[in-house]
Structures are given as structure tokens and as C-alpha cells.
Design a protein around this ligand. Structure first.
Ligand code: PMH
Length: 377
């Protein structure tokens, strides 16, 4: 991605933090026969899929995962040759595109296989990971009967190579581990269904960050590492339990484009909802809801850092701009930290997520493509 841009707002992605997170997490699995699959879907959780993928591969990950075929193609187009798994369902008519680019796809329906077969040449092969639904209720095969039909089809059609089997935990980030246990035992039972067919499937995987970091014994041969590669904790309640120290990679920065002193009784932004009570220094920041910086940041009492000091949003956030109340006059062009560190203070992704009543995952994902990503290597 080009780092040339013409606006005063950017996301700073610390690739050194990502490298450190991946390498310390990979270290936990060294010599245990468990490989790390870096999950770079949704543009690397908003961090930039290509840069994150390259960094992860250099730091201990050996596989990549994305949600969509389009995302896998983007990585191939960038010259990334590592094995890539599409975690979601691709359309059967697109199977040839995946096969030709050596992209692994997820399968869980016999009729998908029947349809996909017609889109492959006789000599073409596609590598598959079979998805079992052990209790997430999203995608995946659930019954032994369905599994038998699917495995029979695979036995009969050499174009389809079953190289992986996986599932996904719904509650790996919660303190109560009973549902993880239940899913894990269902998965082991489902693996038996496959063993009965005498198939040798090398890649078996269950876990996201929370599961991989908390339950190494439930990881089989691959571990799908997403959120913690970006330096974020899967949920606040398990922070204490994590065996590695994570470093947040994503910061969001801008610069004040205007600083003005207003007398008491002047209003700020649409709806004139904020009215100055005294002489106040108001700064304007060129970021708004069209950048994914939602209006709720101001109603929820959000703050930013200016010269290491917390200052609040005032008035409604506009499409491209928003305002803060400064404690004193500062220079136009001063850096504003919306997420990240400035001086001795830090606005973490968790703080921003709590402000919006959501999870940390959502915050970098919704910072729009209009905000350039600047990589620190
Ligand atoms: N594997 C699958 C199938 C996933 O859907 C995800 C994340 C991961 C691994 C990585 O999880 P982690 O980021 O917790 O490590 N998927 C999602 C999701 O669908 N919504 O939020 C996270």
C-alpha cells in the first residue's frame, strides 16, 4: 500500500508489535507440533491484510486465513505464497479460481461439492478443510449422516483433497469453560467419524486466540490466531490469564486543523447541542463518521489526547470533522491521538470499545478505507 496521502488523519500500524505478538505466541507452541495460522480477514482486522500477513509469516506463522475468496486473491496478488484458507463458504462456481491460485477452501455441504465438481477440470484439484459445527451454530456440518455422505463423495472424487478439519468455539473468551469442554468433546467424536473412513487429514484446528492461549491442549495441529496477533485481548475477563504480554499495534492519529477561542454562549456543531459556558478553546479534528469515527463517540463522553492530556469531544461528530474542548490554546497542526499513546497517557482499544458498548475487534475493523494506514517497521 502506498503511504502517500493528503490528509491529516491516519492509522499508525506498529508492525514491530505484530511481529512481537506473533513470535511470543508461536514460541509457546514451538516443538509441540502446532502451527500458527494468522487470521488476516477484514483487511487484517482493519490493520492492513498484506502488511500484517507478511509480518506474521516472518515472525512464526506458517498459514494464513481469511473470510472471503476475494481476500485470499488480494494476498496472492501481493505475491504471498503461503497456504491460505478461506474460512467462509465460497460459491461453488468460483472453485476453479481458488484451485488455480492454490487457495484452500472450507466445505460442509455435499451439494456444494456436487455443484463445485462441474466447475473444475478433470485434472484440477482443490484442497479442502471440513468444518464441523460443534455448537457455534454458524456454518458447519452437524450430523454423522451428513458427514458420511460428504466423506463418501470425497472418496469418489479425487479432485477434492481433504487436508483439514476444524471447528470454532463460541465461548473460549469466557471464564466459564464448560461450553468449550462440550464443544471440544463433540469435536473429538466428529473426528472419529472421519477416522472410520481411514482418511489421513493432517490439519486439525479448533481455536481462536482465546482458545489457543488458554487451552493449548485443545489445539491439535493448527491454531487460528486473530485478535491477539494485533495485540488485543479477546475479552477483558481473561486478560489476567494470558500467558504472554501483548502489544497493541493500532493507533489512530490526526492533527488539529483549527483552534479558536469562543466566548460563553456559543454553540458547536449540528443541532447546536453543546454551548460554551465560559471562554473556551475549541479544536477541530478532520475525522468523522464517514471514517468510521461514529457519532456515539461524543455522546458517550469520549476523549482524545492532545499534548499528553485528555480532552473531551464537544458537540456532534460530523461526517468528516469533529470538535474537542481544549484546556488551553495549542498550535494548529498539533497531533491528536484518538487511539494510542501520547506522553504518559494511553487511550486503549478496550477503552474505546467500552465507550461504544462493543468489543475491541469492532473498532479497527470499522475505521474506513479513507483513513490511510501508515506502517511502522
Ligand atoms: N477462526 C474463525 C473461524 C474465526 O471466525 C475467527 C474470528 C478466528 C478464527 C480468529 O479469532 P480471534 O480473532 O478471536 O483470534 N472471527 C470473528 C468473528 O466472526 N467475529 O469476531 C471475530
Amino acid at each position: 500500500m502506498s503511504q502517500l496521502f493528503y490528509r491529516d488523519t491516519w492509522a499508525e500500524i506498529d508492525l514491530r508489535a505484530i511481529a512481537q505478538n506473533v513470535s511470543s505466541i508461536s514460541e509457546l507452541y514451538k516443538n509441540k507440533g502446532v502451527h500458527v495460522m494468522a487470521v488476516v480477514k477484514a483487511n487484517g482486522y482493519g490493520h492492513g491484510a498484506i502488511e500484517v500477513a507478511k509480518t506474521a509469516l516472518q515472525s512464526g506463522a506458517s498459514y494464513l486465513a481469511v473470510a472471503l475468496l476475494d481476500e485470499a486473491i488480494e494476498l496472492r496478488d501481493a505475491g504471498i505464497n503461503a497456504p491460505i484458507l478461506v474460512l467462509g463458504r465460497i460459491r461453488p462456481e468460483d472453485v476453479q479460481v481458488a484451485a488455480r491460485l492454490d487457495i484452500m477452501v472450507t466445505v460442509f455441504q455435499v451439494d456444494w461439492l456436487e455443484q463445485a465438481k462441474d466447475f473444475l477440470e478433470k485434472e484440477e484439484q482443490i484442497q479442502l478443510h471440513l468444518k464441523f459445527d460443534t455448537g457455534m451454530g454458524r456454518i458447519g456440518l452437524r450430523t454423522k449422516d451428513e458427514a458420511q455422505l460428504l466423506l463418501q463423495f470425497l472418496k469418489d472424487h479425487e479432485q477434492f483433497q481433504l487436508i483439514g478439519i476444524f471447528t470454532h468455539f463460541a465461548t473460549a473468551d469466557e471464564l466459564d469453560v464448560s461450553y468449550v469442554e462440550e464443544q471440544h468433546s463433540r469435536f473429538k467424536e466428529m473426528l472419529e467419524w472421519v477416522h472410520e473412513w481411514d482418511m489421513n487429514v493432517p490439519l486439525i484446528h479448533t481455536g481462536n486466540s482465546a482458545a489457543g492461549l488458554r487451552f493449548p491442549e485443545k489445539m491439535f495441529t493448527l491454531f487460528r490466531l486473530g485478535i491477539s496477533m494485533y495485540g488485543l485481548t479477546p475479552s477483558p475477563e481473561i486478560t489476567e490469564e494470558l500467558p504472554v504480554k501483548l502489544k497493541q499495534a493500532f493507533s489512530l492519529k490526526s492533527r488539529l486543523v483549527q483552534v479558536k477561542e469562543l466566548p460563553p454562549g456559543e454553540s458547536i456543531s449540528y443541532g447546536a447541542t453543546y454551548v460554551t459556558k465560559e471562554n473556551e478553546w475549541i479544536g477541530t479534528i478532520p475525522i468523522g463518521y464517514a471514517d468510521g469515527w461514529l457519532r456515539y463517540h461524543s455522546t458517550a463522553g469520549g476523549e482524545v489526547l492532545v499534548n499528553g492530556e485528555r480532552v473531551p469531544f464537544v458537540g456532534r461528530i460530523c461526517m468528516d470533522q469533529c470538535m474537542v474542548k481544549l484546556s488551553e490554546k495549542v498550535e494548529t497542526g498539533t497531533v491528536v491521538t484518538l487511539i494510542g499513546e501520547d506522553g504518559n497517557d494511553k487511550i486503549t482499544m478496550d477503552e474505546v470499545a467500552a465507550r461504544l458498548g462493543t468489543i475491541n475487534y469492532e473498532i479497527p475493523c470499522v475505521i474506513g478505507a479513507r483513513v490511510p494506514r501508515v506502517y511502522v517497521k
